[in-house]
Design a protein around this ligand. Sequence first.
Ligand code: FES
Ligand SMILES: [Fe+2]
Length: 442
Amino acid sequence: MTAMERITPTDAASLVDTERGTVSRRLYVDEDLFELEMERIFTRTWVFIGLESEIPEPGDYVTRNMGTDPVIMVRDNDGKIGVFHNSCPHRGVMICQADQGHVKGFVCAYHGWSYHLDGSHAGAFHPEEFYRGGVPFDELGLHKVAQIDTYAGLVFATWNKELGPLIETITESSRWYLDLLLGRTPEGMEVLGPPQRWTAEQNWKIGGINFCGDGPHAPTLHSVIGPQIGESTEQFMAAMLGESPDVTISSGQNMLLNLLPGKETPFIGYPPDLVKLFKETLNADQINLLGRMMTNVCTLFPHLSLVQAPVRFSENEPPVNFLTLRVWQPVSATRTEVWNWFLVEKEASEEYKEAALKAGLRSFSAGGTFDQDDAEGWSATSRGLQGPIGRSLNLSFQTVVGWRDEVWEDFPGPGKTSPNMYTEMTEFEYLTEWKRWMGGEK
Ligand code: FES
Ligand SMILES: [Fe+2]
């Protein structure tokens, strides 16, 4: 019996109660649900694969996953990016076992079949007569994804032929906000080295939900907020109820903006030459938000998140902004691999690039102060839910009941903006999107 037969779309939909704001704890621990998620979500949505700047030259490749399926992202001799299932069409051996590299083509280690950079079959090691004309080599190239598309240097792919173009998922409204992070200078962002990776004993959705807008955990779990972000806990608490909205941008895409109050746009933590480029690139409303921004966290369903904040490590140091992009790579219901890239403006000075990387590594990375705290909270969730009683209960997102009808009407950006980051609206919207994909609405 497959997971699909064990859990019908109606069963899956019943696990998220949109009226009451409750969610079954099975979403964090159930292996059947995990199997179904890989099928119903990761074979059907647009899935983030990597960055164009990770494979600048023909022959450059990286290996990634789409859900639990391994894939290769490679640039071919025409400069085009391809994404292929990382498994030999002969007997299924994983073709490419390194994380990244540069090749002229791919050769399978098992029986020596080889493939061009565009995925087509190149040759077989053994003589042609051995195969006696029975093997349709022309049809036995690497299995291709159905569609590939990019936004701001980010590469997405899907196995789903029926899915609309990426602009229907990462919409104009999404781009309005994401450009504050990824498209704020004429040349855009570049990646600072290969991704950091670490394993966490938690469900893959927990981090993504947190990055939709869990403002309230910040002053309790993160004791470093004051010294590092440059706000005291009292200031942070005041900001939570002040100009710090939860924004549901579009379906399954959510952001929390922690803004300095007032009209001043001090652009904390940016060098003046970059601020000049921001002003040439973004519109007045975007500049107003970026200039007042302290922390910005965002998740694009299903498993891509971004965080930006200005941080400092002593009172004498000026704050520096970092930007991290991360994937919550599913491994099992209670195990996730975090892939963490740091990005910086291509136009930035080498000195600023180094400072931005250092700021990120010290705060949002495997050894970073914020991730150390979060990992403790998130893995403790798996420990808390390991027994049969635990998974029979619900999680509470019931704060939404008191806030769902309140909208920040004149907020200067698209989407549905809730008045502050206490509302849990963006976190619950992520789960509502999960319900749409798992429950058969999408
Ligand atoms: S499994 Fe790859 S050549 Fe046989
Ligand atoms: Fe956190």
